[in-house]
Unconditional design. Sequence first.
Length: 135
Amino acid sequence: MTTWPDDDVILYDGVCIFCSRWVRFVAARDADRRFRFTAIQSPYGTRLAQAFGIDPADPDTNAVIHGGVAHFKSDAALTVLSSLPGWQWTKLLFAVPKPLSNAVYNLIARNRYRIFGKYDECFVADADMRARVIE
């Protein structure tokens, strides 16, 4: 089990359009403003990624620190979704065998730039969201 001192932090690929939309999706539905976000390209995000064995130059997963524990791949996405108001039903998806859910996750992750595109640099959040970003 990998731990980290900050809690409810989502690590994502800041140049990935799909990943950046995921962060905006979460931020828009996180009524309690529980989650904070860090791009893997930021100094804090790079440190976090390295602590968890994720290559910042070629990330193959997002991560979320929740309850002091790091979650990766499909577990990360489901942990976040099931914490959002109205999305608790997604806890049922934890019943899907991890090899299957991670296979789907890996397929999307491997092809995310080709399918969704890539920013030249990390997307710039609006002022409200910037208050929740850890650099």
